[in-house]
Ligand binder design. Sequence first.
Ligand SMILES: [Zn+2]
Length: 217
Amino acid sequence: MLLPFTGLRVNTFCHIHGPTWLTWIDADTTETNDNDPPKLKVPNAGVCHKNGDTSPCTNCEDEGEFTTKYDDERDIPLAKTWNNFNKGGHYDFTTQELGLRKLCKSYFKVTRDDIGNEMIAGDGISEGTVNKWLKQIAVDAQIGLERGLTDDARFDEKVPDVYPHDMRGTFIMQLIRNNMQRTKLIKYTGHDHVSSLEDYEERVADETDAREFLDHI
Ligand SMILES: [Zn+2]
């Protein structure tokens, strides 16, 4: 859930969990202390928490710490609800509750007192594991109609040919569907330039229907 609703690159996801990655101070509150929505803090660089210690993993060896792809430091608000457009016609979205904030509080920690807890217990997580989880979710959700199915040695059956990076596309498409201005949007995706959004905009454009056209003419 974190991937499609924050648009994190999976490598970032695998690295930045830790004491600095959420703006919560008090895990018992739903908002942060300044009444601002809690945010996921993506740093330019930070301690590598992979492998259960703070020494750099093989990917981070050269830099000595984890660095993001484009120095794209950003804060991403954690959504409480989302508009599910997969519910009929173009305007027929349904606003649904998300458990994202609660999950963020309970899933990640490096030390005992960190906001975030239990799931990866400070050991970090590998891209392969995230990939496997996503494929399991895709199996359960029966998605993959567009991508088709693929073999994966970790499963007894063919699985949808989807990758964690696809969830970043899902995040971008969702913001475009909800008409976020593209110059604002890239502040949350970490893209350098709005031109990177064109493929996604074309896909969302395919969802435009006659009723929407009438609103614009
Ligand atoms: Zn690392």
